[in-house]
Design a protein around this ligand. Sequence first.
Ligand code: FAD
Length: 401
Amino acid sequence: MPSSCRIAIVGGGLAGLAVAHALRTFGIKAEVFEAAPALGEIGAAVNVSPQAVKALQAIDLGDKIAAVATASPGIYTRNMQTGEFLEFNDRRKNAARYGAPYYTFHRADLLDALASGLDDSAIHLGHRLIGLEERADGIILAFANGARVEAEIVIGADGVRSVVRQALYGNDNPSYTGQMVWRALLKGADVPQDVLEPTGHIQWVGPGCHLLAYYIRGEALVNIVTQEDTDKWVEEGWSTRGDPDEMRASFPNPEPRLEKLLSLVTECSKWGLFTRPLTQNWGRGRIELIGDAAHAMLPNAGQGACQAFEDAYILARWLEACRDPAEAFANFRRIRIPRVHGVQRLSFSNARFKHMRDSAAQRESIAAGARSVHGNSDWVWGYDPVTGWDKEPFVPTAYAA
Ligand SMILES: Cc1cc2nc3c(=O)[nH]c(=O)nc-3n(C[C@H](O)[C@H](O)[C@H](O)COP(=O)(O)OP(=O)(O)OC[C@H]3O[C@@H](n4cnc5c(N)ncnc54)[C@H](O)[C@@H]3O)c2cc1C
């Protein structure tokens, strides 16, 4: 373990490992400090949209992620109680339209791909950051295991409860959204095929809630993830064990296919959703926040990790381009903040529309082409971080400040 290093990345989750990989691609060495005793992702699946796939391809991970990805044909949305078809969000032509496919992953497989090729000796496990001190010539990091490391630059990728953020901005806690998720993983072979017909990637929407079910690892597993407005307080963390009967009771009067799917759940977890309000506080001087530490958002545009992958690529480009890291970080924030704020607004607007209590009005809106349950994602997926890393991003008026 070094007592000093040029770049310290705090957090070895999706954001931290992606930026370590991106820096490595541009020949920049960094050390990762992760609190957990082993690298690993709890939770089941994650979707990665085309522009974020491009960011990963640009850091030489294209083949590795393709090997463990399932290419989603598209999401078929139904009403939760009646089973009525609402819309099909076709993703089969994404590669032609956006230049890269839309993938779903088991989170552990994606994390493994991000970790591959990184030097093990530069990943320091069991290092929980407890404080940092900014000095004129560097930053001193203090860890719970007693280690102290002096770094020239710090990248805070330590998630929604970021200690790096807290050290910079004080007790700036994320806020509970009043929404919770249930998650369950089933064996693909146990789920009758008609439940997930016709695309294997189905969404049910109902008043104040929705539920997604889709294959990952080919058709080996079915991931179920839900979201509902709730008055109950739920802890943050994938690992809070849930009661399958309570999960079923959250979706009253389900149509027969959904009822069948829910009846198969024997184990589940639940999680309260915490987010961060839109903020310009993404770091200062030689310290930069990325991923959920900077911009934890509602999952309703499927973009939290995707934006972290864009962060990783673009941050590495700026660090390669500027001799002064403070200048690199300032440029990074100038390019990233308007776009990410737009994506945060999109996620929020999608959540409100998906959870509309007036199902008839929701259906009419979709049928009239006024809105999709997925919102307008074209500007998000059509972005190219490789050509856009140094340009002011386009954000449609509806999602701009
Ligand atoms: C229900 C749900 C579904 C989602 N689906 C999608 C999706 O389909 N697509 C998508 O793009 N996004 C999705 N997201 C969002 C995505 O999961 C997150 O945005 C992403 O995991 C954030 O990665 P991160 O590395 O920034 O943070 P984290 O994954 O939280 O990783 C932070 C890492 O830092 C470590 N750490 C924490 N504190 C310290 C410390 N003090 N010292 C050292 N290490 C520390 C942690 O152990 C962890 O390894 C979803 C989120 C939810 C809740």
